[in-house]
Structures are given as structure tokens and as C-alpha cells.
Design a protein around this ligand. Structure first.
Ligand code: ADP
Length: 687
């Protein structure tokens, strides 16, 4: 076979070259103009949401100031509060917190978290593409309060934790008769029509494909569409980065010329643009200031990131207020937009914005936006004694620091993270990067929802990026993609299994185990493919060194860089995907791999443990087992799972094929998570 050419460094993202700069910049100081109304959806025009009085679940006891008589037509009516808005009462005393923490967190968390696990992975999730909206199950198991709405059924029992060592590998594994695929049908619209349409605004630093760094971008893209499909009016507010993929934005135009956003003692002039990103309604905020907040060639990585995103959060809120938008729910994401609820309850509620509730989703606790006094001066929050308070935004580790993510947790009406297991790990297993006590204090409004993936993009039956499309009934065609992958990467065409790793080359992803897995796979008679990139020069150099070392191997290819197109071919052509993360909030890699019938071999952490069920050791029914898991973060741990997967591939090919079918039949679309988030929205609106 042909010898592979010596690798050359090309770490730039392929996408970057395609960025078009079609943005139009308006002149600062141009005359004020009323916002141009953006296109309205049917749901938007029709919806009239009755406002309710009540207390909020967030910073208690937060009087809403909402009038029971007030009705809000999304985005159109400016709601005038009937009663003057009330300020948030101070958070709980230390004594009450200690009392809360003294309860058995393990038991409590198991009860709190495992319900969503059952919701998401109960038998109803098996059935592949079928969209079967479940009856609304409000997150009432996340709170002991009785379900206030008749829409909520009683909580179901939590599922017991998975026992280990139940069966010996490959012993007694009888392929079950194939479960009948659920009938394909449209979601029962009548059910949705019974619930009021909501006006939901996502305020986010990322959204695929226009501004993507990690999984957060995919979540906003997928969830926003799912919510819209279900009849809600969804808008998304993003910074107008210079690196936006303008080729994915349609009908981009100015809608708000003169937005002045308070900043330090003055205000920064911004322009707001509207455009469609694959049917999603998006607003892009462009500040005109010497700080050049979003024109820096990349999304993150600057010393003033905390200030940049504090500004964006303030600008987004200012925009909603000035434009007269009164969403039912503001959904914000990660530390970058965690100040949104702080601004809402500290400033905008007093200005009449009494309607919205806030849901904060934390995609990774590692990044929290820890900053200093400057932030208070810049944002106008001032009052250091109030905000450095341990019960508000005072960092749990550094006495003289503010923690934006903590502020988000304290002030939001509900906080989610991206899998029930990660919710448990962050609160009770020391994975919260210092926020554990805060999560304990606010455990009543904290839960986990596993992400979905977009089956329009990640689906081997329709994937335009792969040479041969296939489904569970045409599985043999997967091997045409395997051949194509080998051809593209100049690997030997033989009987060996292909093990793949796709992901950021970040220590979080278990890079030392990835390295070990490469050599272990080759030793065990497999082939290894890696696709990954890192902004860290040291890590990048390490993998380039490895690539040079293995360049002549006909069974190994390392591709250092970001290449979405190639990732599709790898998902389709590989036999196994390895995800040996140190921690993993949710993980999309294994969800995509499952859809492509590529068997995940994962460490039992976070969302990996919630979505991958070991072929040999899971207590799940056989038809729900879909991969291999290991617990210990070390070489023997990894080998215990990867070794079993390779053994099964060689020695029990029919079992391996059953596993592939199980993987492909599971439903990890946005169908279930979409319903889960709507339940949360209903829950906080009822408060
Ligand atoms: P994280 O958000 O921590 O990066 P996830 O597993 O949630 O990890 O999401 C990673 C997503 O990015 C997946 O869709 C994966 O396919 C994609 N991805 C990661 N690295 C690359 C790469 N180098 N080239 C192409 N796609 C990549």
C-alpha cells in the first residue's frame, strides 16, 4: 500500500477560511429609530399568556409584582406591571443553609436525579427516529412541593443505580428478538395545542454553526428548533462576533440602530441585527466601542472575557427591555450569560420587566467567570458589600473574588446541567469546582437534562457527508463507509476494527488514556483514527510528535485539526468510538456515535454514564445495552472495556452487530429533552 506522506501542520479550522464578512456597520450617533419588527411566527401572534401572581423559585421570597390581569402577547405588548415590582429578599441565612446541607445528600440526590434518567432512557426512548412526545412530566421530583399544575402527573419512582459484575463478558448474551420499531407518526399536535405557546429567548455566547466552540453551540441550535417545532416562539440573542459564519445567516439586517447600554459611568452605543440561522430567529448585538469586545478573531481567550460577557449580558437585557420584549422564559447558558438573571432582578424588574422567569443551563462547571471588583463598577451593580456576599456572588474559594456562575445559580429560577449524573457529581461528588455548597443551598431548583442531537445533521440515513447512507436495516452499507474512511486516511484495508477518538485535545477528555489506547489498539489487532485539535501549543505539539512517530503505520492515522466533514465519515466508518474523559458533563460524541451504529467505549462519568449501557455489566434489558464502560481512570480500566469491545468484535461478531442495532434504535434526538425543558419552563412560570 502507498506510504503516507509526511504530515504537515495545518491546525487552522477548516471553517475559518469560509467566513464571509458581509456585515454592515452603522455609524455611531445616527438618529434613533424604532425597532423594525422581525417576522412573527403564527404561534407568536396567536399566543396570549395569562400572567400569574406567585412567588418565584429563585431568590426567595421573590415577589413577582405581576398582575393576574396582565396578558402578554409575545414581543408585541409592553406589559405594565399592575403592582410595583418588589426587590429580592436577601438569600438564606447561613444557619438555614447548614440545616439543608445536613440532610443526606447522596440519598436525596439519587432521588432527585434518577427520575430524569428514567424519563430519558426508559423504554420509550428506544425506537430510533420516532418522535413520541411523552406526557409532560414536570420536574416536580426536583422539588418536594406538590405539583401546582394539573398538567403535571405524579413523579415516577427513581431507578436504582446500576450494579456491577452481573454477568461474565460474553457469557449468556443471547441476542433478544428485535423489538418492534415504534410506528412512525407525527407528534400528537392536539396535545401541544392544549398547552399555551411560550415566548422563549435564549441568551447565549454560542450557537452552531455560526459561533461554535463546543457542545453548548449544538445545544442551543438543537433545543431552539425543538421548542419552535412544539409551537413556541423562540428567539436567540448572540454577540455579533467578527468570526460569525455569515454564510449561515440569512436576511441579516439592522433592527435596532441606537441601543445605548449602560457601562461604567456612561453608555456604549450598539446596533442590533436580525437574521435567520437555518430558520432560527437570531438577534446579533454589535457594540461600537474602543474595547472592540467581539471583533478579536476568536470567541474566547482574552483577559477581559468576564467584562466582555458581562457587557453582552447587560446589552441583551437592555435590548429586551428597550424593544418591549417580555418573554415568558429567558434561557441563558454558562458563566458568560449568568449575569442575565442578576440584571433582571437587580435592575429590570424595577423597570417593569416583571414577567420573565430565568432558566440557566450550565454546560461545564470548569469555567465560572471568576473576576473582581471592576465588574461591579462596569455593570453598575456597585454595592460590593451586597455582591461579594457569600450568599450572592462571592466566590466560594477566593474571598476577594466574584463568581458570575454562582450569581447565575443564586438568581435564576431554575438551574440545569446537561445530564442527571453530572448534576449529582457536581453537587455531591466534588465535581462542582467549588460550587458544591451553592448547589446544595439551591438544590430545590437544580436538575439534569441530557442533551439531544440534531437528527437532521447526525443521521446516517440522510447524511450528505458520507459516501453511502445506511440505517438499522441496511447495516452492511456501513462497511462501505469504513472502506471509504480507510481510503481517505490511507489505512490498510483488512479485517481489523477501527477505534476512533473525536474531540477537543483537552485534558478533560482523558488525553493520557487516549494515547495509551492508540498503542493498546494497535497491539490488540485494531486500527486507530484520531481527529482532534487544541489551542494549547504544548498539547498540540505532543500529538504532532505522536503523529510523526506513527506516520508509517498502515493501521493508524492522527488528524490534528478541526474538520466537521471528516468527523461524519469517521462516525460512519469506525467500529468503536472512545470517550475516556476525566469528567464529561454530557458528551455529544457518544450520542452521535450511537446514531451511526459505532459502539461507544466510555468512562462511567457524567452524561456518558447516563447514555451508554455496558453490554456485559449493565442491569438494562439486553436490547438497551449499547456499548462498553469502565470506571477507573487508568490504563487497566481503559483496557478492561476496550479489550472486551475488541474481543467481542473478533469473537462474537453477531453479538457486536446486535449491539450496533441497539445503539441505532435508541432515541437521542431533542424530542425528550425538549419536553423536559418545557416542563421546567412550566414549573417556573407557575411559581
Ligand atoms: P465538548 O463540548 O466538551 O467539546 P462534546 O462531546 O459535548 O464535547 O461535543 C463535541 C462536538 O464537537 C462533537 O460534535 C464532536 O464531533 C465535535 N468535534 C470535536 N472536535 C472536533 C474536531 N477536531 N473536528 C470535528 N469535530 C469535532
Amino acid at each position: 500500500m502507498a506510504k503516507k506522506p509526511t504530515p504537515k501542520k495545518t491546525t487552522a479550522r477548516k471553517d475559518d477560511a469560509e467566513v464571509k464578512t458581509t456585515k454592515t456597520r452603522n455609524q455611531p450617533g445616527s438618529p434613533a429609530k424604532a425597532p423594525t419588527p422581525e417576522p412573527k411566527s403564527q404561534a407568536q401572534s396567536a399566543a396570549r399568556i395569562p400572567a400569574k401572581a406567585g412567588t418565584k423559585a429563585g431568590i426567595e421570597p421573590q415577589a413577582t409584582g405581576r398582575s393576574t390581569a396582565t396578558t402578554v402577547a409575545h414581543n408585541q405588548d409592553k406589559t405594565t406591571p399592575a403592582a410595583p415590582p418588589t426587590r429580592a429578599a436577601p438569600p438564606k441565612s447561613a444557619a438555614s443553609q447548614t440545616a439543608e446541607q445536613s440532610s443526606d445528600p447522596r440519598t436525596e440526590t439519587a432521588a432527585l436525579r434518577l427520575k430524569p434518567l428514567v424519563n430519558s432512557f426508559g423504554s420509550e426512548r428506544v425506537g430510533g427516529r420516532t418522535r413520541t412526545p411523552t406526557a409532560p412530566t414536570a420536574p416536580s421530583d426536583w422539588t418536594p412541593a406538590p405539583a401546582p399544575s394539573a398538567r403535571r402527573p405524579a413523579p415516577t419512582e427513581p431507578r436504582p443505580a446500576e450494579p456491577v459484575e452481573q454477568t461474565r463478558p460474553d457469557s449468556g448474551y443471547e441476542p433478544e428478538p428485535e423489538p418492534h420499531p415504534e410506528p412512525q407518526h407525527q407528534p400528537p399536535r392536539a396535545h401541544w395545542e392544549q398547552r399555551p405557546s411560550l415566548f422563549i429567548v435564549h441568551i447565549t455566547p454560542e450557537m452552531a454553526p455560526v459561533a461554535k466552540v463546543g457542545g453548548l453551540a449544538d445545544v442551543v441550535f438543537g433545543l431552539s428548533r425543538e421548542l419552535a417545532i412544539r409551537g413556541n416562539h423562540v428567539e436567540i440573542v448572540l454577540p455579533k462576533y467578527d468570526t460569525l459564519r455569515y454564510d449561515h445567516i440569512f436576511e441579516l439586517h439592522e433592527v435596532y440602530k441606537d441601543l445605548w447600554v449602560p457601562w461604567y459611568e456612561g453608555a456604549i452605543h450598539c446596533t442590533v441585527y436580525f437574521g435567520f440561522v437555518h430558520d432560527r430567529k437570531c438577534f446579533f448585538i454589535e457594540p461600537h466601542s474602543g474595547d472592540n469586545f467581539f471583533n478579536r478573531g476568536s470567541i474566547y481567550g482574552f483577559r477581559d472575557d468576564a467584562l466582555r460577557y458581562a457587557f453582552f449580558s447587560r446589552a441583551a437585557m437592555e435590548f429586551l427591555w428597550k424593544a418591549g420584549k417580555h418573554p415568558d422564559v429567558i434561557h441563558c447558558h454558562d458563566w458568560q450569560t449568568a449575569l442575565v438573571p442578576v440584571f433582571l432582578y437587580e435592575f429590570y424588574q424595577q423597570l417593569g420587566m416583571v414577567h420573565p422567569r430565568v432558566c440557566l443551563t450550565i454546560h461545564n462547571f470548569k469555567h465560572q467567570g471568576v473576576t473582581g471588583m471592576e465588574l461591579l463598577r462596569a455593570t453598575g451593580l456597585h454595592q460590593p458589600e451586597r455582591f461579594f456576599d457569600w450568599h450572592r456572588m462571592g466566590d466560594n474559594r477566593y474571598k476577594n473574588a466574584l463568581n458570575l456562575l454562582k450569581g447565575g445559580v443564586v438568581y435564576s429560577n431554575f438551574v440545569t446541567t446537561v445530564s442527571p449524573r453530572y448534576a449529582f457529581e457536581t453537587k455531591d461528588q466534588g465535581q462542582g469546582f467549588g460550587l458544591e455548597p451553592t448547589l446544595h443551598t439551591h438544590h430545590m431548583k437544580y436538575g439534569g437534562v441530557v442533551n439531544g442531537i440534531d437528527y437532521d445533521v447526525w443521521n446516517p440515513e440522510v447524511d450528505r457527508h458520507i459516501p453511502v447512507r445506511y440505517g438499522v436495516d441496511s447495516l452492511d452499507a456501513k462497511y462501505d463507509n469504513k472502506r471509504a474512511l480507510r481510503h481517505r486516511l490511507m489505512l490498510a484495508d483488512n479485517e481489523k476494527p477501527i477505534v476512533a477518538f473525536i474531540g477537543r485535545l483537552d485534558p478533560q477528555k482523558g488525553l493520557d488514556l487516549v494515547r495509551h489506547a492508540i498503542f493498546y489498539t494497535l497491539e490488540r489487532g485494531g486500527q486507530f483514527v484520531l481527529l482532534g485539535s487544541s489551542p494549547d501549543q504544548g498539547i498540540s505539539n505532543d500529538f504532532w510528535g505522536l503523529k510523526h512517530m506513527l506516520n508509517d503505520s498502515p493501521d493508524c492515522h492522527l488528524e490534528i485539526g478541526f474538520d466537521e466533514d471528516l468527523s461524519h465519515l469517521i462516525y460512519a466508518g469506525a467500529d468503536m468510538v472512545l470517550v475516556p474523559s476525566q469528567f464529561e458533563p454530557c458528551g455529544l460524541t457518544q450520542l452521535i456515535a450511537l446514531r451511526y451504529g459505532t459502539i461507544p467505549v466510555v468512562r462511567s462519568v457524567g452524561g456518558l454514564a447516563d447514555t451508554v449501557f455496558d453490554k456485559d455489566y449493565s442491569d438494562r434489558p439486553l436490547h438497551q445495552r449499547n456499548g462498553y464502560r469502565f470506571d477507573n481512570y487508568d490504563a487497566p480500566g481503559l483496557e478492561s472495556a476496550l479489550g472486551r469491545a475488541i474481543d467481542c468484535y473478533y469473537q462474537f461478531p453477531e453479538h457486536f452487530r446486535e449491539l450496533m442495532k441497539n445503539a441505532m434504535r435508541a432515541d437521542y434526538s431533542w424530542n425528550h429533552p425538549g419536553q423536559d425543558y418545557l416542563n421546567i419552563y412550566d414549573f417556573i412560570r407557575d411559581r
